[in-house]
Design a protein around this ligand. Structure first.
Ligand code: KIV
Length: 272
């Protein structure tokens, strides 16, 4: 198959693989609703992740654990409607796949059937290999997620960089290979040393997408609300802020309040 770049109408898992083969970086962002998705998709992002980070940035929970499968499906339905070009990947939420590959398949099927999404993502290595195989065998593309896995935050106790020690680094590479063998089409590498992310990316045929994993991954992902500066409380070193929408929105809302109070809004032209 030729890997030459063509204008793609819809990004697929095959397109991502071809991008890795020709060294073209993959852009991925989270989105959780229709309006934001239209903007992100029109800008040309390759992959939109309906991340379980919705638990934090949309629902206000401290961790990703409380978000439910129904809530993820609601977000996914809205995102699918807004995404014309990007591949839409949806996180399987905590409690809907761990330790039970049949439950994992059931959750994945619900997401695909009820939302129209194109793929699912799951956190974990060798422990989820049976689930990955089962889901892939049902025709559903699966993306893995290694390194810092926020659904396991109570096991780690902290959000610091993972796999700095040799044993955990070796395990991560072995997990990544197992996910690839099980049929995963890509893997997110979160908050691991740059060198380990490079080695992992070199060893895999499937693309790696980094977040806090340095420049040598095959692509990058950020949480939309963090990179747009809507969420001001989160400033890890890996995060580049492309806008300061918290202040932009606050200033606009303050101006509106002022105009309403002063009776400047609505004016003659804005009335019927
Ligand atoms: O839920 C999410 O936003 C994610 C990204 C951080 C990769 O999993």
């Amino acid at each position: 198959m030729s890997t030459a770049k063509k204008e793609v109408k819809r990004v697929t898992t095959h397109v991502l693989r071809a991008m890795k083969e020709r060294g073209e970086k993959i852009s991925m962002l989270t989105s959780y609703d229709f309006s934001m998705t239209r903007i992100v998709d029109e800008a040309g992002v390759d992959v939109i992740l309906v991340g379980d980070s919705a638990s934090n940035v949309i629902h206000g929970h401290e961790t990703t654990l409380p978000i439910t499968l129904d809530q993820m499906i609601d977000h996914a339905c809205a995102v699918v409607k807004g995404a014309k070009r990007a591949l839409v990947v949806v996180d399987l939420p905590f409690g809907h796949y761990q330790g039970d590959s049949r439950a994992a398949l059931k959750s994945a099927i619900r997401i695909m059937k009820e939302s129209g999404a194109h793929a699912i993502k799951m956190e974990g290595g060798e422990f989820i290999v049976d689930s990955v195989k089962r889901i892939v065998s049902a025709g559903i593309p699966v993306m893995g997620h290694l390194g810092l896995m926020p659904q396991s935050i109570y096991k780690y106790g902290t959000y610091t960089v993972r796999a700095k020690e040799e044993e955990e680094a070796k395990q991560l590479i072995s997990d990544a290979k197992s996910l690839q063998k099980a049929g995963a089409f890509g893997v997110v590498l979160e908050k691991i040393p740059r060198d380990l992310a490079r080695q992992t990316s070199e060893k895999l045929k499937i693309p790696t997408i980094g977040i806090g994993a340095g420049p040598d991954c095959d692509g990058q992902v950020l949480v939309l609300h963090d990179m747009l500066g809507i969420n001001k409380d989160f400033s890890p070193r890996f995060l580049r802020r492309y806008a300061n929408l918290f202040d932009v929105i606050k200033d606009a809302v303050s101006a509106y309040i002022g105009d309403v109070k002063s009776q400047d809004f609505p004016n003659e032209k804005e009335a019927y």
